[in-house]
Write a protein that binds this ligand. Structure first.
Ligand SMILES: *Cc1c(COP(=O)(O)O)cnc(C)c1O
Length: 496
């Protein structure tokens, strides 16, 4: 097997091993780590069609994370994809109304972030050992809701790690807040900050950049790290489920061996759809990659005009995890279509930093022809939830509904009948209020947990454990701090 090294999209960093890239997260020159080459699948599709999720994960991840031993990788996989998931298939496919929904929400926090954040802690602790890091890892995260809980669930009680999550005290939904402040684990700290998400984010960045603090922490036996979505330890595990989905379709006789499928991904930071693109580059028969945006349609505009422009109003929607104006993982695609030219990539990213926009060349644009982009507004999204429910009884969340609406537009525009997998990124139970108001507006007066029960009745799906657990869970974290007190909060937690 080939040893794959990782290089920075900005070109100033030496190539590093996969495990070093996982430990570092971001390259020192500000770029993102990308594999020197994207490895080809070395198993036939027919072979893959007989494998379970864990076996598939090994076959895909061994190619990217080539300095992990078989034993190390299998240890990570078996500890990540276990009973934390509420179905043995880990990522089941549901057929409804002519499409296949790849349910990526059966993990601990019922959103697709669990697919990667349940394995990242293991990839990181193994990487620390391989690279002779002497210190325990301290994950610092600022969250606007979803990532924080998924990271907490992933790192809770993982030996040699601690995790500290800062959330805006009044800036997350009641369910999200309850999910976080009830988090169990001896190594976790959840802190409400008197400020907004930007304050939390800026505060965390400052902690990372604080030399004196870093040295003091090193002496106490700690090193900081991040569970951010640009870490290749989050990207690689996401490639797995596209291969797995294809293999399931093949196994179930829905497609012929080698038949192309299309993939629709509700997109924010561009991590999930980039993983699908990597799967295609590995040789998985994927035709179109359909990029679905909500009203924050930066990516739609980019794919259609070649101009990426973040200078626009930020719109709050019912699919908050896609309310993003800077899709950080897009840089990996830009680098690729720039012919892996770090100089070109750097110029564009500098322009993005300076002016908030950049334009790619026609030549680069041509290399995007396997992508299709469109967007869905709030009304279309809600109507789609109702329509699918009405036709089939199947209920999807607002993020997935954006993807469905875009898929409908794609079909209407192109007439393409290719079998299609829609990435279903969150359980409808995570966004019960939006989902129920689409299905039955008369429920508006009900409280959040009454809505949960009503959804369970209508959809005929049991309430997920993740929701049941927080209904009556004890509150374990009531630390609140000012932005200026974040550093002290970190110190006191680590000195305990
Ligand atoms: C994070 C998230 C997305 C966006 O995924 P990206 O990889 O950031 O594009 C979509 N849906 C849900 C529910 C998410 O949590």
């Amino acid at each position: 097997m080939k040893n794959i090294l990782y290089k920075s999209t900005r070109g100033a960093e030496e190539n590093v091993t996969a495990s070093a890239a996982v430990l570092k997260g971001l390259a020192a020159d500000g770029g993102l780590f990308v594999p020197q080459e994207i490895p080809a699948l070395d198993r036939r599709l027919e072979e893959l069609s007989h494998m379970n999720y864990q076996e598939t994960a090994y076959e895909v991840m061994k190619l990217f994370l080539s300095d992990y031993t078989e034993e190390e990788l299998k240890y990570c996989i078996s500890h990540a994809y276990d009973e934390k998931f509420d179905v043995p298939q880990i990522a089941p496919l549901a057929k409804a109304d002519g499409a296949y929904y790849l349910e990526l929400y059966h993990g601990a926090t019922i959103a697709f972030k669990d697919m990667a954040l349940s394995i990242l802690p293991y990839l990181m602790t193994v990487a620390a050992k391989k690279n002779h890091a002497e210190h325990d890892i301290v994950i610092l995260t600022a969250t606007s809701g979803d990532t924080g809980k998924a990271a907490l669930a992933g790192f809770a009680d993982v030996p040699h790690t601690r995790i500290i999550v800062f959330y805006p005290k009044d800036g997350v939904s009641p369910i999200q807040k309850k999910q976080m402040i009830t988090q169990k684990g001896d190594n976790v700290l959840v802190v409400g900050v008197n400020g907004n998400f930007d304050d939390c984010q800026t505060g965390v960045k400052k902690l990372f950049g604080d030399r004196a603090l870093t040295e003091e922490m090193a002496e106490a036996g700690f090193q900081f790290s991040s569970a951010n979505s640009i870490n290749i330890g989050r990207l690689v595990p996401q490639v797995v489920y596209y291969v797995y989905a294809y293999a399931r379709l093949l196994e179930n006789g829905e497609i012929k061996n080698g038949e192309k499928i299309n993939v629709v991904v509700p997109t924010g930071n561009f991590g999930n759809i980039l993983a699908a693109y990597y799967a295609k580059c590995m040789g998985l028969p994927i035709g179109k990659l359909i990029c679905a945006s909500n009203e924050n349609k930066v990516l739609y505009d980019f794919l259609n005009t070649g101009v990426y422009d973040r200078n626009r109003k930020f719109i709050l929607t019912s699919s908050p995890s896609m309310d993003i104006l800077i899709s950080s993982n897009l840089e990996r695609l830009i680098y690729k279509i720039a012919g892996e030219d770090a100089g070109k990539d750097r110029l564009l990213m500098d322009a993005l930093g300076r002016e908030g926009k950049y334009e790619i060349t026609d030549e680069m644009k041509e290399r995007l022809d396997c992508f299709y982009g469109n967007f869905a507004g709030e009304e279309e999204t809600a109507a789609g939830i109702w329509e699918l429910y009405d036709r089939t009884g199947y209920v999807i969340d607002p993020h997935t509904a954006v993807a469905r609406a875009v898929y409908e537009k794609y079909k209407a525009q192109t007439g393409d009948q290719t079998k299609t997998v829609i990435a279903s990124t969150a359980s409808p139970y995570k966004f019960t209020r939006s989902v129920m108001s689409a299905i039955d507006p008369s429920c508006a007066a009900m409280d959040d947990f009454a809505l949960v029960d009503e959804l369970s009745r209508l959809a005929n799906v049991p309430v997920p454990k993740a929701i049941e657990e927080i209904r009556n869970a004890d509150i374990r974290h009531n630390t609140i701090c000012e932005v200026s007190e974040m550093e002290q909060t970190v110190r006191s937690f680590l000195k305990k």
